[in-house]
Design a protein around this ligand. Structure first.
Ligand SMILES: *[C@@H]1O[C@H](CO)[C@@H](O)[C@H](O)[C@H]1NC(C)=O
Ligand SMILES: *[C@@H]1O[C@H](CO)[C@@H](O)[C@H](O)[C@H]1NC(C)=O
Ligand SMILES: *[C@@H]1O[C@H](CO)[C@@H](O)[C@H](O)[C@H]1NC(C)=O
Ligand SMILES: *[C@@H]1O[C@H](CO)[C@@H](O)[C@H](O)[C@H]1NC(C)=O
Ligand SMILES: *[C@@H]1O[C@H](CO)[C@@H](O)[C@H](O)[C@H]1NC(C)=O
Ligand SMILES: CC(=O)N[C@H]1CO[C@H](CO)[C@@H](O)[C@@H]1O
Length: 477
C-alpha cells in the first residue's frame, strides 16, 4: 500500500458514497467482492530506479463465485491521463500472456536483449509505447493465460462467449474501482486471436450501455491488428496471399482455382506463417527445472545456437527473444514486485497452449457490422508479411460490411517514408469510419523498432485526432 493506492481507494469510496443507488445497482449486477486487489508498482527488477510511469497490477474476480481471478497490468498514460483515452488490450492465442504484448509489442518497457546473458534481463524504455498517448489495461485472459487462474477445475473451461463475458465483468469492475477513468474515451483493442474477442466485447459494452448497466462506458471504438475474424475464411485467403508473395507458382495457383489436387501445405510448410521473411525457429520455452537460473544453450535444438544470440543486436530467430520473458516472469523478485499471489501459477509461460478453450463463435463479421451500424470507429491494421491472418482476408470482410470507400487506397508515411497503405471506409448508416492500414512489416507489426514506430504513428494519430477518423485521415495520412 502506498499513497497513490490510498488515493484511488479514497476517490472510489467518495464516489460510491455519493452514489448510494448506483452502489446498490453495482452490487446487484456485478457482485462486487473483496477478492479483488490492486497494487501500485514503483520499481521492477531489471530497471534501475523508480519507473517513469504509473504501473498498477491486480486481480479481479469474475465468474459466479469469483472463482476466476483475472490478472492485469495497468499503465497510466504518460501524457495526460485525465484526458487521454483508455485502452483495454487483449492479446492473442488464445492463451498468451498480456506480458508478451507489454514487453514485445506496445508497452512502455522492453528487454535489453543485446546484453542478455541468461540471468535476470535488464529493462529499457520503449520510445514507441502506446502509453505515450493512452492509458492501457493489459489483461491476462482467458483464465489460464499468464498469471490469471481459477481456484476450481471447472473454472478453467472457457470459450469465446464466456471469455467475452468475463472480460465485460472485468471491465465493469475495474472501472468501478477506478472511477476517475469512467469518462475517458474507451477503445477495446487487441490483435491476432484477441481481434476476435475485441468486437464481441465492444458490442457487449454497447449493449450494456443501451441497457443502462453501470458504469456507462465511454466506448468510442476499437482497434484490431491482424485480427482473427472468421477462421475458415481467413485461412482460405492464405492461398492467394502465398501466390501474391511468390510462395507458390502461377501454375500451382491456377490448379487450385480449378480445384485440381495440389498440396499448398507442402509448398508453404517451410515458411514462417506469422512472419514469412523470418526463419522457422522453435520458441525456447523453458528453463532447466530446479536448476540454475542461467540459460543452458545445449537445451536449444535449433539450427542456430543460443550462444550466437547474445552477440547480435537482432537475433536471427525472432522467437528466441521470448526467452527473456521466461527468465524475468519466473524470477521470485519479479513476482513479488508484481504482487503475484503465491502458488497459484507456479510457472509462467508466454503462451499457454493447453488452455481449455472452445471457439464457439465462428465468425465475428456480424459484430463488426453491428458496431459500424451503431456509429463506432475502428482502426484495423495488418502487418503485411503475416500469412496466418493475411491482410487480404481482413480486406475481404471489411468490404462485405455496409460501408463505402471514403478515401481510396494510398500510401501513408512516417518520417517521409512509406510505412504502409491505407483505405478509409464510411458506414452507410452512421457517421462511423473504419480505417484499414497495412504496416510494412516483417510479420506481426511490432517485431522491429522501425515497425513499432510505424504502428505507433498510426495509433497516435487515431487516438489524438478523434472524434472522427475522417479528421485523422486528412491531418495525418
Ligand atoms: C475460490 O475463490 C473464491 C473467491 O476467493 C472463494 O469464494 C471460493 O470459496 C474459492 N473456492 C475454492 C474451491 O477454493
Ligand atoms: C465456458 O465455456 C465452456 C465451453 O463451452 C464450458 O465448458 C464452460 O462451462 C463455460 N463456463 C462458464 C462459467 O459458463
Ligand atoms: C494452462 O491452462 C490450463 C487450463 O486452462 C491450466 O490448467 C494450466 O494451469 C495453465 N498452465 C499454465 C502454465 O499457466
Ligand atoms: C446484429 O444486428 C442484427 C440486426 O439488428 C441482429 O439481428 C443480430 O442479432 C445482431 N448481432 C449481434 C451479435 O448482436
Ligand atoms: C445499408 O445501409 C443502407 C443505408 O442506410 C440501408 O438502406 C441498407 O438496408 C443497409 N444494408 C444492409 C444489408 O444492412
Ligand atoms: C457476448 C457475451 O458474452 N455476453 C455476455 C456478457 O456478459 C453479460 C453479463 O456480464 C451477459 O449478460 C452477456 O450475455
Amino acid at each position: 500500500m502506498n499513497g497513490v493506492l490510498d488515493h484511488y481507494w479514497i476517490r472510489n469510496a467518495t464516489w460510491l458514497a455519493m452514489n448510494p443507488f448506483l452502489h446498490f445497482l453495482v452490487l446487484l449486477f456485478v457482485g462486487f467482492k473483496s477478492t479483488d486487489s490492486q497494487s501500485m508498482v514503483e520499481t521492477l527488477p531489471g530497471y534501475d530506479g523508480a519507473l517513469p510511469f504509473k504501473l498498477e497490477t491486480g486481480y479481479i474476480g469474475v465468474g459466479e463465485n469469483d472463482e476466476v481471478q483475472l490478472f492485469y497490468y495497468f499503465i497510466e498514460s504518460e501524457n495526460d491521463p485525465a484526458r487521454d483515452p483508455l485502452l483495454l488490450w487483449l492479446i492473442g492465442g488464445p492463451g498468451c500472456s498480456a506480458l508478451s504484448a507489454f514487453f514485445y509489442e506496445i508497452g512502455p518497457l522492453a528487454f535489453d536483449f543485446e546484453n542478455f546473458d541468461g540471468s535476470l534481463p535488464s529493462l529499457v524504455l520503449n520510445p514507441y509505447s502506446w502509453t505515450k498517448v493512452a492509458s492501457i489495461i493489459f489483461l491476462d485472459y482467458p483464465v489460464g493465460a499468464g498469471f490469471s487462474y481459477s481456484n476450481t477445475t471447472t473454472g478453467y473451461s472457457s470459450s469465446d462467449t464466456n471469455s467475452t463475458q468475463h472480460n465485460y465483468t472485468f471491465l465493469r469492475k475495474w472501472l468501478l474501482a477506478h472511477p476517475e477513468f469512467i469518462k475517458n474515451r474507451l477503445y477495446v483493442s487487441g490483435d491476432s486471436y484477441g481481434g476476435k474477442i475485441v468486437p464481441m466485447l465492444a458490442l457487449q459494452i454497447a449493449k450494456g450501455n443501451e441497457a443502462g448497466l453501470e458504469p456507462i462506458m465511454s466506448l468510442k471504438g476499437y482497434i484490431v491488428g491482424n485480427p482473427v475474424t472468421y477462421e475458415d475464411h481467413d485461412s482460405n485467403e492464405q492461398i492467394p496471399y502465398a501466390h501474391r508473395m511468390a510462395l507458390i507458382s502461377d501454375k500451382q495457383f491456377e490448379m487450385m482455382l480449378i480445384a485440381l489436387p495440389f498440396n499448398e501445405v507442402q509448398c508453404t510448410k517451410f515458411v514462417n506463417q506469422v512472419q514469412i521473411l523470418d526463419l522457422i525457429c522453435k520458441e525456447i520455452p523453458t528453463l532447466p527445472e530446479g536448476g540454475s537460473r542461467r540459460f543452458v544453450p545445449s537445451l536449444v535444438d535449433d539450427r542456430i545456437g543460443f550462444l550466437s544470440l547474445s552477440s547480435q543486436n537482432e537475433p536471427p530467430c525472432h522467437s528466441h527473444k521470448y526467452v527473456t520473458s521466461y527468465v524475468w516472469a519466473n524470477d521470485e523478485t519479479v513476482r513479488e514486485a508484481l504482487h503475484i499471489r503465491e502458488g497459484m501459477v507456479p510457472y509462467w509461460t508466454r503462451c499457454n497452449v493447453s488452455v481449455t478453450y472452445e471457439k464457439d463463435i465462428e465468425s465475428v463479421v456480424e459484430y463488426h457490422q453491428n458496431l459500424s451500424d451503431r456509429g463506432f470507429q475502428a482502426l484495423v491494421y495488418s502487418g503485411d508479411h503475416d500469412m496466418s491472418v493475411p491482410y487480404i482476408a481482413t480486406l475481404k470482410w471489411i468490404r462485405k460490411l455496409n460501408v463505402s470507400v471514403n478515401e481510396e487506397w494510398r500510401a501513408w508515411t512516417v518520417d517521409g517514408q512509406v510505412a504502409g497503405y491505407t483505405e478509409l471506409y464510411k458506414s452507410k448508416i452512421k457517421e462511423a469510419y473504419l480505417m484499414f492500414a497495412t504496416i510494412k512489416a516483417r510479420g506481426r507489426a511490432y517485431s522491429t523498432r522501425i515497425q513499432a514506430k510505424r504502428v505507433f504513428g498510426n495509433v497516435k494519430k487515431m487516438v489524438i485526432s478523434l472524434p472522427t477518423l475522417k479528421s485523422l485521415s486528412s491531418s495525418f495520412l
